[in-house]
Design a protein around this ligand. Structure first.
Ligand code: PMP
Length: 462
Protein backbone atom coordinates (compact mmCIF):
# COMPACT_ATOMS: atom_id res chain seq x y z
CA UNK A 1 0.00 0.00 0.00
CA UNK A 2 1.27 3.51 -0.83
CA UNK A 3 0.07 6.84 0.53
CA UNK A 4 0.95 10.44 -0.30
CA UNK A 5 1.12 11.43 3.37
CA UNK A 6 0.63 9.98 6.85
CA UNK A 7 -2.96 11.24 7.12
CA UNK A 8 -4.00 8.94 4.30
CA UNK A 9 -2.67 5.98 6.28
CA UNK A 10 -5.36 6.48 8.95
CA UNK A 11 -8.06 3.79 9.20
CA UNK A 12 -8.47 0.38 7.53
CA UNK A 13 -7.04 -1.16 10.70
CA UNK A 14 -7.01 -4.95 10.95
CA UNK A 15 -9.57 -7.17 12.66
CA UNK A 16 -7.57 -9.78 14.60
CA UNK A 17 -8.97 -12.93 16.21
CA UNK A 18 -8.61 -13.28 19.99
CA UNK A 19 -7.61 -16.82 20.87
CA UNK A 20 -6.37 -17.44 24.38
CA UNK A 21 -8.20 -15.00 26.65
CA UNK A 22 -11.56 -16.21 25.34
CA UNK A 23 -10.80 -19.92 25.64
CA UNK A 24 -13.82 -21.77 26.99
CA UNK A 25 -16.37 -19.22 25.76
CA UNK A 26 -18.75 -20.00 22.90
CA UNK A 27 -18.62 -17.84 19.77
CA UNK A 28 -15.77 -15.99 18.10
CA UNK A 29 -14.01 -12.88 19.35
CA UNK A 30 -12.18 -10.26 17.28
CA UNK A 31 -10.16 -7.16 18.08
CA UNK A 32 -10.51 -4.05 15.91
CA UNK A 33 -6.92 -2.86 16.19
CA UNK A 34 -7.23 0.91 16.11
CA UNK A 35 -4.07 1.22 18.18
CA UNK A 36 -2.34 0.49 14.86
CA UNK A 37 -3.32 3.85 13.39
CA UNK A 38 -0.28 6.03 12.53
CA UNK A 39 -0.74 8.23 15.63
CA UNK A 40 -1.25 5.13 17.76
CA UNK A 41 -4.96 5.50 18.53
CA UNK A 42 -8.55 5.44 17.32
CA UNK A 43 -8.51 9.24 17.69
CA UNK A 44 -6.46 9.74 14.53
CA UNK A 45 -9.77 9.31 12.75
CA UNK A 46 -11.46 12.27 14.45
CA UNK A 47 -8.40 14.54 14.27
CA UNK A 48 -8.55 14.79 10.49
CA UNK A 49 -12.38 14.75 10.43
CA UNK A 50 -12.75 17.71 12.81
CA UNK A 51 -10.05 19.75 11.07
CA UNK A 52 -11.52 19.22 7.58
CA UNK A 53 -14.99 20.08 8.88
CA UNK A 54 -13.64 23.32 10.40
CA UNK A 55 -11.77 24.19 7.19
CA UNK A 56 -14.93 23.66 5.13
CA UNK A 57 -16.94 25.88 7.50
CA UNK A 58 -14.21 28.56 7.51
CA UNK A 59 -13.67 28.13 11.27
CA UNK A 60 -10.00 27.22 10.86
CA UNK A 61 -7.94 29.45 8.61
CA UNK A 62 -4.38 29.07 7.30
CA UNK A 63 -1.80 29.66 10.04
CA UNK A 64 -4.48 29.15 12.73
CA UNK A 65 -4.07 27.55 16.16
CA UNK A 66 -5.91 24.41 17.20
CA UNK A 67 -6.79 24.42 20.92
CA UNK A 68 -8.22 21.23 22.40
CA UNK A 69 -8.76 19.52 25.73
CA UNK A 70 -7.58 15.94 25.34
CA UNK A 71 -6.66 12.83 27.28
CA UNK A 72 -3.77 12.71 24.81
CA UNK A 73 -4.97 10.67 21.88
CA UNK A 74 -7.14 13.27 20.20
CA UNK A 75 -4.23 15.66 20.62
CA UNK A 76 -2.01 13.25 18.72
CA UNK A 77 -4.62 12.89 15.94
CA UNK A 78 -4.90 16.68 15.65
CA UNK A 79 -1.12 17.15 15.85
CA UNK A 80 -0.62 14.86 12.83
CA UNK A 81 -2.98 16.99 10.74
CA UNK A 82 -1.52 20.22 12.11
CA UNK A 83 1.98 19.15 11.05
CA UNK A 84 0.78 18.37 7.54
CA UNK A 85 -1.27 21.55 7.13
CA UNK A 86 0.81 24.10 9.04
CA UNK A 87 -1.39 24.78 12.09
CA UNK A 88 -0.14 25.43 15.61
CA UNK A 89 -1.45 23.27 18.46
CA UNK A 90 -2.15 23.97 22.15
CA UNK A 91 -3.50 21.08 24.18
CA UNK A 92 -4.88 21.04 27.71
CA UNK A 93 -4.65 17.77 29.61
CA UNK A 94 -5.72 16.57 33.06
CA UNK A 95 -2.80 15.75 35.33
CA UNK A 96 -3.87 12.09 35.64
CA UNK A 97 -2.88 11.35 32.04
CA UNK A 98 0.43 9.58 31.54
CA UNK A 99 3.66 11.53 31.09
CA UNK A 100 4.29 9.58 27.89
CA UNK A 101 1.19 11.15 26.31
CA UNK A 102 2.31 14.64 27.29
CA UNK A 103 5.81 14.05 25.93
CA UNK A 104 4.40 12.62 22.73
CA UNK A 105 2.38 15.77 22.02
CA UNK A 106 5.41 17.93 22.73
CA UNK A 107 7.44 15.71 20.38
CA UNK A 108 4.94 16.57 17.66
CA UNK A 109 5.58 20.29 18.24
CA UNK A 110 2.48 21.06 20.34
CA UNK A 111 2.27 23.17 23.51
CA UNK A 112 0.80 21.25 26.44
CA UNK A 113 -0.91 22.76 29.48
CA UNK A 114 -1.52 20.40 32.40
CA UNK A 115 -4.67 21.03 34.47
CA UNK A 116 -5.97 19.43 37.70
CA UNK A 117 -8.03 16.23 37.36
CA UNK A 118 -9.84 16.59 40.67
CA UNK A 119 -12.13 19.48 39.65
CA UNK A 120 -15.61 19.50 38.12
CA UNK A 121 -16.07 19.72 34.36
CA UNK A 122 -17.43 23.32 34.67
CA UNK A 123 -14.67 24.47 37.07
CA UNK A 124 -12.56 27.24 35.44
CA UNK A 125 -9.43 25.17 36.19
CA UNK A 126 -10.64 22.03 34.38
CA UNK A 127 -8.94 21.11 31.12
CA UNK A 128 -12.24 21.69 29.27
CA UNK A 129 -12.64 25.21 30.68
CA UNK A 130 -9.00 26.15 30.12
CA UNK A 131 -9.24 25.02 26.46
CA UNK A 132 -12.40 27.09 25.97
CA UNK A 133 -10.80 30.18 27.51
CA UNK A 134 -7.62 29.90 25.44
CA UNK A 135 -9.62 29.44 22.24
CA UNK A 136 -11.56 32.64 23.01
CA UNK A 137 -8.45 34.65 23.81
CA UNK A 138 -5.97 33.53 21.14
CA UNK A 139 -6.48 35.18 17.73
CA UNK A 140 -7.30 32.84 14.84
CA UNK A 141 -7.78 29.92 17.24
CA UNK A 142 -10.16 27.05 16.72
CA UNK A 143 -11.49 24.76 19.46
CA UNK A 144 -12.74 21.52 17.85
CA UNK A 145 -14.23 20.29 21.17
CA UNK A 146 -14.46 16.56 20.56
CA UNK A 147 -17.18 16.35 23.23
CA UNK A 148 -19.70 18.33 21.20
CA UNK A 149 -18.29 18.07 17.66
CA UNK A 150 -20.56 15.87 15.55
CA UNK A 151 -17.78 15.08 13.07
CA UNK A 152 -16.53 12.83 15.88
CA UNK A 153 -19.34 10.20 15.80
CA UNK A 154 -19.84 10.86 12.09
CA UNK A 155 -16.34 9.76 11.05
CA UNK A 156 -16.86 6.48 12.91
CA UNK A 157 -20.19 6.08 11.08
CA UNK A 158 -18.37 6.64 7.79
CA UNK A 159 -15.19 4.62 8.41
CA UNK A 160 -14.84 2.46 11.57
CA UNK A 161 -18.38 1.04 11.36
CA UNK A 162 -18.21 0.03 7.66
CA UNK A 163 -14.71 -1.47 8.12
CA UNK A 164 -15.97 -3.70 10.97
CA UNK A 165 -19.11 -4.67 9.06
CA UNK A 166 -17.15 -5.60 5.95
CA UNK A 167 -14.33 -7.44 7.73
CA UNK A 168 -16.88 -9.47 9.72
CA UNK A 169 -18.69 -10.19 6.42
CA UNK A 170 -21.87 -8.95 8.05
CA UNK A 171 -21.68 -11.60 10.79
CA UNK A 172 -21.04 -9.29 13.75
CA UNK A 173 -23.53 -9.83 16.61
CA UNK A 174 -21.92 -7.72 19.39
CA UNK A 175 -19.73 -4.62 19.43
CA UNK A 176 -17.96 -3.76 22.70
CA UNK A 177 -16.20 -0.43 23.17
CA UNK A 178 -15.00 1.93 25.91
CA UNK A 179 -16.94 5.19 26.14
CA UNK A 180 -15.15 8.53 26.50
CA UNK A 181 -16.69 11.18 24.27
CA UNK A 182 -18.92 8.35 23.07
CA UNK A 183 -17.96 9.21 19.48
CA UNK A 184 -16.68 5.75 18.64
CA UNK A 185 -19.58 3.76 20.12
CA UNK A 186 -22.22 6.17 18.77
CA UNK A 187 -20.86 6.27 15.21
CA UNK A 188 -19.99 2.57 14.95
CA UNK A 189 -23.20 1.57 16.74
CA UNK A 190 -25.40 3.66 14.42
CA UNK A 191 -23.75 2.19 11.34
CA UNK A 192 -23.92 -1.42 12.51
CA UNK A 193 -27.56 -1.04 13.54
CA UNK A 194 -28.35 0.51 10.14
CA UNK A 195 -27.05 -2.72 8.57
CA UNK A 196 -28.58 -5.09 11.15
CA UNK A 197 -30.71 -3.67 13.99
CA UNK A 198 -30.08 -6.85 16.01
CA UNK A 199 -26.36 -6.13 16.53
CA UNK A 200 -25.90 -5.46 20.25
CA UNK A 201 -23.84 -2.42 21.18
CA UNK A 202 -22.18 -2.61 24.59
CA UNK A 203 -20.38 0.26 26.31
CA UNK A 204 -17.54 -0.36 28.76
CA UNK A 205 -17.33 2.11 31.62
CA UNK A 206 -14.76 2.46 34.42
CA UNK A 207 -16.11 2.16 37.97
CA UNK A 208 -16.39 5.77 39.22
CA UNK A 209 -17.77 7.16 35.95
CA UNK A 210 -21.39 8.40 35.96
CA UNK A 211 -22.33 6.93 32.58
CA UNK A 212 -23.53 3.41 33.51
CA UNK A 213 -25.74 4.65 36.33
CA UNK A 214 -27.24 7.30 34.07
CA UNK A 215 -27.86 4.69 31.36
CA UNK A 216 -29.62 2.38 33.84
CA UNK A 217 -31.56 4.85 36.00
CA UNK A 218 -31.64 8.18 34.15
CA UNK A 219 -30.01 9.78 37.21
CA UNK A 220 -26.80 11.74 36.90
CA UNK A 221 -24.69 10.90 39.96
CA UNK A 222 -21.56 12.54 41.26
CA UNK A 223 -18.90 10.08 40.17
CA UNK A 224 -15.68 9.04 41.89
CA UNK A 225 -12.08 9.36 40.72
CA UNK A 226 -10.63 6.41 38.80
CA UNK A 227 -7.29 5.73 37.14
CA UNK A 228 -8.20 4.37 33.71
CA UNK A 229 -7.46 7.03 31.10
CA UNK A 230 -9.52 8.17 28.12
CA UNK A 231 -12.91 6.75 29.07
CA UNK A 232 -15.72 7.40 31.55
CA UNK A 233 -17.20 10.80 32.39
CA UNK A 234 -18.52 12.99 35.16
CA UNK A 235 -21.05 14.58 32.77
CA UNK A 236 -22.91 13.70 29.55
CA UNK A 237 -21.07 14.64 26.33
CA UNK A 238 -23.26 15.69 23.39
CA UNK A 239 -21.39 13.23 21.15
CA UNK A 240 -22.71 10.26 23.16
CA UNK A 241 -26.07 8.89 22.04
CA UNK A 242 -27.33 6.38 24.59
CA UNK A 243 -30.08 5.49 22.07
CA UNK A 244 -27.58 3.39 20.10
CA UNK A 245 -26.33 1.54 23.19
CA UNK A 246 -27.98 -1.69 24.41
CA UNK A 247 -26.03 -2.11 27.62
CA UNK A 248 -23.30 -0.48 29.71
CA UNK A 249 -20.96 -2.59 31.82
CA UNK A 250 -18.79 -1.24 34.64
CA UNK A 251 -15.28 -2.61 35.21
CA UNK A 252 -12.94 -1.70 38.10
CA UNK A 253 -9.54 -0.03 37.63
CA UNK A 254 -7.83 -3.18 38.91
CA UNK A 255 -9.60 -5.53 36.52
CA UNK A 256 -9.08 -3.09 33.63
CA UNK A 257 -5.32 -2.99 34.20
CA UNK A 258 -4.97 -6.72 34.74
CA UNK A 259 -6.90 -7.50 31.55
CA UNK A 260 -4.75 -5.01 29.66
CA UNK A 261 -1.61 -6.86 30.76
CA UNK A 262 -3.11 -10.23 29.98
CA UNK A 263 -4.06 -9.05 26.49
CA UNK A 264 -0.41 -8.19 25.86
CA UNK A 265 0.95 -11.41 27.32
CA UNK A 266 -1.60 -13.80 25.89
CA UNK A 267 -2.53 -12.28 22.54
CA UNK A 268 0.45 -10.03 21.76
CA UNK A 269 -1.84 -6.99 21.56
CA UNK A 270 -0.01 -4.17 23.32
CA UNK A 271 -2.67 -1.62 24.21
CA UNK A 272 -3.49 1.11 26.74
CA UNK A 273 -5.37 0.61 30.02
CA UNK A 274 -8.84 1.44 28.66
CA UNK A 275 -8.68 -1.71 26.56
CA UNK A 276 -8.86 -3.78 29.75
CA UNK A 277 -12.17 -2.12 30.62
CA UNK A 278 -13.49 -3.16 27.21
CA UNK A 279 -12.08 -6.70 27.55
CA UNK A 280 -13.63 -7.02 31.04
CA UNK A 281 -17.00 -5.98 29.58
CA UNK A 282 -16.53 -8.29 26.58
CA UNK A 283 -15.95 -11.27 28.85
CA UNK A 284 -19.10 -10.45 30.82
CA UNK A 285 -20.95 -10.53 27.48
CA UNK A 286 -19.11 -13.74 26.45
CA UNK A 287 -20.64 -15.63 29.37
CA UNK A 288 -24.02 -15.48 27.60
CA UNK A 289 -22.79 -16.05 24.02
CA UNK A 290 -23.60 -18.97 21.71
CA UNK A 291 -21.57 -20.62 18.94
CA UNK A 292 -23.16 -18.26 16.38
CA UNK A 293 -21.98 -15.09 18.09
CA UNK A 294 -19.35 -12.88 16.49
CA UNK A 295 -18.06 -10.33 18.99
CA UNK A 296 -15.85 -7.36 18.10
CA UNK A 297 -14.00 -5.33 20.73
CA UNK A 298 -12.31 -2.03 19.89
CA UNK A 299 -8.63 -1.56 20.80
CA UNK A 300 -8.34 2.23 21.32
CA UNK A 301 -4.65 2.99 21.78
CA UNK A 302 -1.12 1.67 22.07
CA UNK A 303 0.50 0.40 25.26
CA UNK A 304 3.66 2.42 24.69
CA UNK A 305 1.78 5.39 26.21
CA UNK A 306 1.50 3.59 29.54
CA UNK A 307 4.91 2.02 30.16
CA UNK A 308 5.19 4.04 33.39
CA UNK A 309 1.76 2.89 34.58
CA UNK A 310 -0.14 -0.26 33.58
CA UNK A 311 3.04 -1.98 32.42
CA UNK A 312 5.11 -0.84 35.40
CA UNK A 313 5.02 -3.36 38.26
CA UNK A 314 6.00 -0.76 40.85
CA UNK A 315 3.13 1.54 39.86
CA UNK A 316 0.76 -1.42 39.83
CA UNK A 317 1.90 -2.47 43.32
CA UNK A 318 1.77 1.08 44.73
CA UNK A 319 -1.84 1.29 43.60
CA UNK A 320 -2.58 -2.16 45.03
CA UNK A 321 -3.54 -3.63 41.67
CA UNK A 322 -1.05 -6.48 42.01
CA UNK A 323 -2.37 -7.93 45.22
CA UNK A 324 -3.63 -11.43 45.52
CA UNK A 325 -7.19 -11.81 46.58
CA UNK A 326 -6.98 -14.15 49.54
CA UNK A 327 -8.01 -16.62 50.73
CA UNK A 328 -6.04 -18.76 48.35
CA UNK A 329 -6.91 -22.35 49.25
CA UNK A 330 -5.12 -25.67 48.83
CA UNK A 331 -7.73 -26.67 46.23
CA UNK A 332 -7.11 -23.47 44.23
CA UNK A 333 -3.35 -24.03 44.31
CA UNK A 334 -3.85 -27.59 43.01
CA UNK A 335 -6.03 -26.17 40.24
CA UNK A 336 -3.46 -23.53 39.31
CA UNK A 337 -0.81 -26.29 39.23
CA UNK A 338 -2.87 -28.32 36.79
CA UNK A 339 -3.71 -25.24 34.64
CA UNK A 340 -0.06 -24.36 34.30
CA UNK A 341 0.71 -27.94 33.25
CA UNK A 342 3.22 -28.33 36.11
CA UNK A 343 1.36 -31.22 37.70
CA UNK A 344 2.98 -34.61 37.08
CA UNK A 345 1.23 -37.71 38.39
CA UNK A 346 1.89 -38.29 42.08
CA UNK A 347 5.06 -40.42 42.47
CA UNK A 348 4.84 -42.73 45.49
CA UNK A 349 5.98 -46.12 46.79
CA UNK A 350 4.17 -48.86 48.73
CA UNK A 351 5.27 -50.09 52.23
CA UNK A 352 6.02 -53.53 50.70
CA UNK A 353 8.35 -52.15 47.98
CA UNK A 354 12.07 -52.75 48.50
CA UNK A 355 14.16 -49.81 49.72
CA UNK A 356 16.44 -50.20 46.70
CA UNK A 357 13.41 -49.78 44.38
CA UNK A 358 12.44 -46.64 46.32
CA UNK A 359 15.99 -45.29 45.95
CA UNK A 360 15.97 -45.92 42.19
CA UNK A 361 12.65 -44.06 41.88
CA UNK A 362 14.00 -41.10 43.86
CA UNK A 363 17.05 -40.89 41.67
CA UNK A 364 15.17 -41.13 38.40
CA UNK A 365 12.83 -38.26 39.44
CA UNK A 366 15.55 -36.33 41.30
CA UNK A 367 13.52 -36.28 44.55
CA UNK A 368 15.09 -36.42 48.01
CA UNK A 369 12.01 -38.07 49.51
CA UNK A 370 8.96 -40.04 48.40
CA UNK A 371 5.52 -40.41 49.91
CA UNK A 372 4.42 -43.91 50.92
CA UNK A 373 0.84 -44.91 50.04
CA UNK A 374 -1.02 -47.85 51.50
CA UNK A 375 -4.45 -48.84 50.19
CA UNK A 376 -4.79 -45.50 48.46
CA UNK A 377 -4.02 -43.38 51.52
CA UNK A 378 -0.81 -41.65 52.62
CA UNK A 379 0.97 -43.77 55.22
CA UNK A 380 4.36 -42.12 55.59
CA UNK A 381 7.42 -40.90 53.70
CA UNK A 382 10.83 -42.29 52.93
CA UNK A 383 13.89 -40.01 52.91
CA UNK A 384 17.18 -40.25 50.98
CA UNK A 385 19.36 -39.56 54.04
CA UNK A 386 17.65 -42.37 56.04
CA UNK A 387 18.41 -44.79 53.18
CA UNK A 388 22.02 -43.60 53.11
CA UNK A 389 22.42 -44.24 56.85
CA UNK A 390 20.96 -47.76 56.45
CA UNK A 391 23.43 -48.49 53.66
CA UNK A 392 26.32 -47.21 55.82
CA UNK A 393 25.14 -49.52 58.59
CA UNK A 394 25.68 -52.39 56.12
CA UNK A 395 21.96 -53.20 55.60
CA UNK A 396 21.00 -54.96 52.32
CA UNK A 397 18.72 -52.44 50.64
CA UNK A 398 17.31 -55.10 48.31
CA UNK A 399 15.99 -57.14 51.23
CA UNK A 400 14.84 -54.20 53.33
CA UNK A 401 11.27 -53.03 52.62
CA UNK A 402 10.01 -49.45 52.77
CA UNK A 403 7.86 -50.15 55.89
CA UNK A 404 11.08 -50.76 57.85
CA UNK A 405 12.68 -47.51 56.75
CA UNK A 406 9.81 -45.06 56.48
CA UNK A 407 9.23 -42.02 58.68
CA UNK A 408 6.15 -40.04 59.52
CA UNK A 409 4.32 -38.86 56.39
CA UNK A 410 3.57 -35.34 55.19
CA UNK A 411 0.64 -33.65 56.89
CA UNK A 412 -2.69 -34.01 55.11
CA UNK A 413 -4.70 -30.81 54.58
CA UNK A 414 -8.22 -30.38 53.27
CA UNK A 415 -8.71 -28.70 49.87
CA UNK A 416 -10.37 -25.72 51.60
CA UNK A 417 -7.31 -25.11 53.84
CA UNK A 418 -5.93 -21.58 53.52
CA UNK A 419 -2.45 -20.83 52.22
CA UNK A 420 -1.22 -19.60 55.62
CA UNK A 421 -2.18 -22.94 57.21
CA UNK A 422 -0.26 -24.82 54.52
CA UNK A 423 2.75 -22.55 55.08
CA UNK A 424 2.70 -23.41 58.81
CA UNK A 425 2.81 -27.12 57.93
CA UNK A 426 5.76 -26.78 55.53
CA UNK A 427 9.03 -26.62 57.50
CA UNK A 428 12.66 -27.50 56.96
CA UNK A 429 11.92 -31.04 58.20
CA UNK A 430 8.64 -31.39 56.36
CA UNK A 431 8.99 -30.16 52.76
CA UNK A 432 5.43 -30.84 51.55
CA UNK A 433 1.78 -31.43 52.41
CA UNK A 434 -0.86 -33.69 50.91
CA UNK A 435 -4.14 -32.17 49.82
CA UNK A 436 -7.03 -34.57 50.31
CA UNK A 437 -9.16 -34.10 47.19
CA UNK A 438 -11.66 -36.82 48.20
CA UNK A 439 -12.26 -40.23 46.58
CA UNK A 440 -8.76 -41.45 47.48
CA UNK A 441 -7.24 -38.67 45.40
CA UNK A 442 -4.33 -36.70 46.83
CA UNK A 443 -2.07 -34.00 45.50
CA UNK A 444 1.29 -33.06 46.92
CA UNK A 445 2.10 -29.36 47.42
CA UNK A 446 5.56 -27.94 48.05
CA UNK A 447 6.74 -24.40 48.87
CA UNK A 448 7.54 -24.00 45.18
CA UNK A 449 3.90 -24.76 44.28
CA UNK A 450 2.68 -22.10 46.73
CA UNK A 451 4.97 -19.46 45.27
CA UNK A 452 3.99 -20.42 41.74
CA UNK A 453 0.27 -20.16 42.59
CA UNK A 454 0.73 -16.76 44.26
CA UNK A 455 2.64 -15.42 41.24
CA UNK A 456 -0.10 -16.76 38.96
CA UNK A 457 -2.80 -15.12 41.11
CA UNK A 458 -1.05 -11.74 40.91
CA UNK A 459 -1.83 -11.63 37.20
CA UNK A 460 -5.48 -12.64 37.55
CA UNK A 461 -8.34 -10.14 37.65
CA UNK A 462 -10.31 -10.34 40.90
N1 PMP B 1 -9.69 4.79 25.11
C1 PMP B 1 -8.80 5.79 25.10
C2 PMP B 1 -7.42 5.51 25.60
C3 PMP B 1 -9.15 7.06 24.64
O1 PMP B 1 -8.24 8.06 24.66
C4 PMP B 1 -10.48 7.29 24.20
C5 PMP B 1 -10.87 8.64 23.74
N2 PMP B 1 -10.87 9.62 24.75
C6 PMP B 1 -11.39 6.24 24.25
C7 PMP B 1 -10.95 4.99 24.67
C8 PMP B 1 -12.87 6.40 23.94
O2 PMP B 1 -13.22 6.83 22.70
P1 PMP B 1 -14.45 7.81 22.48
O3 PMP B 1 -14.02 9.18 22.93
O4 PMP B 1 -14.73 7.76 21.04
O5 PMP B 1 -15.61 7.34 23.31
Amino acid sequence: MRYDNIIEAIGHTPLVRLNRIVRGFKGQYWAKCDHLNPGGSVKDRIGIAMVEDAERKGLLKPGGTIVEGTSGNTGMGLALVAVMRGYKCIFTMADKQSKEKRDLLKAMGADVIVCPTAVEHEDPRSYHSVAEKLAREIPNAYHPDQYSNMSNPEIHFRTTGPEIWEDSEGRITHFVCGVGTGGTITGVGRYLKSKNPKVRIIGADPAGSVLTEYFRTGKLGKGEPYKVEGIGQDYLPATLDFGTIDDMITVSDKDSFLWTRRLARNEGIFAGGSVGTAIGAMLAVAAGCTDDDFVVVLIPDSGSRYLSKVYNNEWMRENRYLEISLPLTAGEIVQSKSESGSRPALIAVAPSDSVSAALEKMQSYDFSQLPVFEEGRPAGAIYEDVILNLALEGKDLKKLVVREAMSEGFPVVHSSSAVDHIMNCITRDCPAVFVDLGNYKYEILTKYDLLHAIAHRLEQPA
